[in-house]
Ligand binder design. Structure first.
Ligand code: ADP
Ligand code: MG
Length: 597
């Protein structure tokens, strides 16, 4: 056996295996270098999803002919001062990217510094180094990578379609662009401009929001809450969208540590934790968060791609993120996303329906129409039948002008026993009374649990509820926890429980149905958790049986009480599953609907 040193070329190929996985990794390394070089504009051009070409041109500090030759040597970097790995302020520092890319492609660097009288160019073919020769190029650097993996075609097989690879490059560029609003970025793919962001001149926070809105969409900027928190010298800034603006995946969650884009599990988990109360498990919030932390408290050198991070004090970071997001969401109060009203308007816009012009009659009535006619002719069932006058008196309130100025307005009517219509200064609000009430009860219970405990109200006559034996067992097992939540029950012979006290804030409730639904909920949830942690599910079930149900008629005082309660209750803009509890339509929007504007 002979031991011999690997050639530099082989070492580079091995390193390339770690750093250069696909065209997007090439784009990432090259653009990061341009950012580190102080560029104010960066242009990326790709062909065939980056497989044939990734070219990055910047107007940064450039390199001299000598530096050019050095730059493609392994472990050559200008960025590590005093060999101190902890004080890295630049994106690069390992001195691995250029030699790695050069070893698996045809590579050309052309560069010029501000005070040089010529540019220099250097080509490397699959690691075979050429010589630097003078060339024509303005100040800055142009790096071209052609024919990725041409010498190792097996690796090409792991790449996806050009379209997917292009998308990945765009995503990579977006992440870097979000962290650097002061730099102009452009991506051209197959001769078409795919991304174009102008350099933002205003101060950091404004510039950042403009750039975020360019990348994540105007919707995000319109519905974003400002995040700003600090704990022992570590700061968190950025924006987080209200929960009613949410997605089916986490693609619009962006996290940066010291302005470096990262996809770190701890950080993602913290975001999920902060929103857990407001979103169903399969929905994801939109956030762009920037953590500034002393470089000595982290290790970014976990992986060559530097997208994972090790924190010295993970608890502090998690606490900071969860605390800051929860605080911002609480401040947002009843605010729901503008997309909700836009969606409503979209649905209401006349053009969106299959409009039937007035006077037009189909030759044969459709089934729908026939059904409607039949329904109209059937007498109402007696319980629901209200005299028209009584109905109006009960639900339509006069506008007296004194109760204006409330954000959610003054209640004017209740429709279909389900929706409260309120008039605001510049529009109208439609509240889903059931969803809103469910949220209010949830927040009240959470508050009560944290403070004095939930008030209970004894039943005059204890109520016996008959259930299946498994349900009974579940309820009895949980009876201590349920009592904490305000529901006191115990076993009552075989196949039944007796309920003695209920949460006072639920008002008069149908105990039978509440207990049956709770039992079903418990069976479904399984038993490996504390009920307190599943408060939103349990409260949802309880609130369902609370006093304001869909279908219950409310009087004016009750409706206004509901609106005022929503205004002062944190998170009341969405129900426990992230659905909105109300929709607001501005007069201006309504006027547009009617073509008045
Ligand atoms: P690292 O970024 O980790 O230092 P790289 O292999 O990516 O390693 O780059 C090596 C060196 O080449 C850098 O340290 C820098 O001095 C120089 N360099 C690379 N790209 C550029 C560029 N676009 N403009 C100026 N200098 C560059
Ligand atoms: Mg680099």
């Amino acid at each position: 056996m002979t031991i011999r040193r690997l050639s530099e070329q082989v070492i580079n190929r091995i390193a390339a295996g770690e750093v250069i996985e696909r065209p997007a990794s090439v784009a990432k390394e090259l653009v990061e270098n341009s950012i580190d070089a102080g560029a104010t504009r960066i242009d990326v051009t790709i062909r065939d999803g980056g497989k044939s070409l990734v070219a990055v041109v910047d107007d940064g500090c450039g390199m001299t002919g000598e530096e050019l030759t050095l730059a493609i040597k392994r472990h050559a970097t200008s960025k590590l001062v005093d060999d101190n790995l902890q004080l890295v302020a630049t994106l690069g520092f390992r001195g691995e990217a250029l030699p790695s890319i050069a070893s698996v492609s045809r590579f050309t660097l052309t560069s010029r510094t501000a005070d040089a009288d010529t540019a220099w160019t250097l080509s490397i073919d699959g690691g075979e180094l050429g010589e630097a020769i003078p060339a024509a190029h303005p100040k800055g650097t142009r790096i071209e990578m052609r024919d990725l993996f041409y010498a190792t075609p097996a690796r090409l097989k792991f790449l996806r379609t050009d379209r997917t690879e292009t998308q990945r490059i765009a995503e990579t560029l977006n992440r870097l662009a979000m962290a650097h609003p002061e730099i102009a970025f452009q991506l051209t793919a197959e001769d078409k401009i795919k991304l174009k962001y102008a350099a933002e001149q205003s101060d950091l926070l404004d510039a950042r929001l403009v750039r975020l809105s360019a990348v994540m969409g105007r919707e995000f900027a319109e519905n974003a809450l400002i995040i700003h928190a600090e704990r022992s010298g570590t700061t968190l800034t950025g924006y987080a969208a209200v929960p009613t603006l949410n997605r089916a995946n986490a693609a619009l969650q962006f996290l940066f540590v010291n302005n470096r884009p990262v996809t770190d599990r701890l950080l993602i988990g913290a975001v999920r934790g902060a929103y857990a109360d407001f979103l169903a498990r399969n929905r994801h919030p939109l956030v762009a968060l920037f953590l500034e932390i002393d470089p000595r408290l982290i290790d970014i050198n976990v992986h060559p791609a530097k997208s994972e991070i090790r924190f010295r004090d993970p608890g502090l970071v998690r606490g900071l993120i969860v605390g800051a997001l929860k605080h911002a969401l609480a401040e947002a109060g009843h605010r729901a996303s503008t997309t909700v009203s836009q969606a409503a308007l979209g649905a209401a816009r006349p053009g969106m329906r299959t409009a039937t012009p007035f006077g037009y009659r189909p030759q044969t009535p459709s089934n729908d129409l026939q059904e409607n006619v039949l329904a109209f002719q059937t007498p109402l069932d007696h319980d629901n039948q209200l005299e028209p006058a009584a109905r109006i008196e009960n639900t339509v309130l006069p506008s007296n002008g004194t109760d204006q100025g409330f954000p959610l307005g003054a209640a004017r009517a209740q429709l279909h026993g389900t929706y409260v219509i309120a008039e605001t200064e510049d529009g109208l609000v439609i509240v889903d009374q059931h969803a809103a009430h469910e949220r209010l009860i949830y927040e009240q219970m959470k508050n009560a649990l944290a403070n004095s405990g939930i008030q209970r109200q004894g039943l005059l006559i204890p109520e016996v509820v008959e259930l299946e034996e498994t349900a009974v067992t579940q309820l009895i097992d949980r009876s201590t926890e349920l009592a904490e939540l305000g529901l006191v029950l115990e076993g009552f012979g075989e196949g039944a429980v007796v309920v003695r006290e209920v949460p006072a804030l639920l008002g008069t409730i149908d105990v039978q149905n509440l207990v049956k639904d709770l039992a079903a909920e418990l069976v479904e949830l399984g038993d490996s958790f504390a009920l307190r942690e599943k408060l939103s599910e349990v409260c949802g079930t309880m609130a369902c049986h609370g006093s304001v149900r869909a279908g219950r008629l409310l009087n004016g005082t009750e409706m206004n009480a509901l609106l005022r309660e929503m205004e002062i209750t944190p998170h009341s803009g969405q129900c426990n599953h992230g659905r909105p509890t109300y929709v607001e339509l501005k007069l201006a929007d309504i006027e547009k609907l009617f073509g008045r504007r």
